[in-house]
Design a binder for this molecule. Structure first.
Ligand code: MN
Length: 176
């Protein structure tokens, strides 16, 4: 049985967003969600594909130095195991599953659980593909706004405002 990991990192950059990352073929395939995930099946959430991250980034909480769009505070909002559902073989997830533009999976996080889907649409926004992350209706769906109801780190218990440099300073050299 493959053990694959997902992580959601809240990121207070120039704009607050949540980075949703799925481990595939040894890297963290990533989307940025301006409004974060919703456990309400009626609320699909806009997601932009952003660059793959080193797998070790799953443990990063702290501050990314600088003044560009990617700098700012990072908090591990949720993390856990996930299972691909419509991936065929678990080999070459990155190549086969991601390119299909429709990924179904079950999350086993602290906050996010049950069945989910993320899919690519034809629409472009700012010249980029748009995706939507959506909760499927099951025992783990609901109507609470989970990013507001459960704002704290699953690792440190901190809120994004409580993150300081003491939690960690991002150093790219540690991730390549
Ligand atoms: Mn980010």
């Amino acid at each position: 049985m493959n053990e694959l990991l997902f992580v959601v990192q809240q990121h207070q950059a120039m704009h607050l967003h949540w980075d949703f990352r799925l481990e595939m073929d040894g890297v963290l395939v990533s989307w940025a969600l301006p409004d974060g995930p919703s456990i309400n099946p009626k609320e699909k959430r806009l997601a932009f594909r952003v660059e793959d991250h080193d797998f070790r980034y799953k443990d990063f909480e702290g501050i990314i130095p600088g003044n560009d769009y990617a700098s700012g505070k990072v908090l591990i909002w949720d993390r856990g195991r996930y299972e691909p559902q419509n991936a065929g073989s678990f080999c070459k997830l990155h190549e086969n599953w991601l390119s299909a533009g429709r990924l179904e999976f079950v999350l086993y996080g602290t906050k996010l659980q049950g069945a989910w889907i993320i899919f690519r649409t034809e629409a472009k926004l700012y010249g980029e593909d748009t995706w939507y992350l959506c909760k499927k209706d099951d025992a783990f769906s609901g109507t609470v706004e989970i990013v507001k109801a459960a704002p704290r780190s699953v690792v440190s218990g901190k809120t994004i405002d409580e993150i300081t440099a003491a939690d960690g300073i991002f150093d790219l050299n540690n991730y390549r």
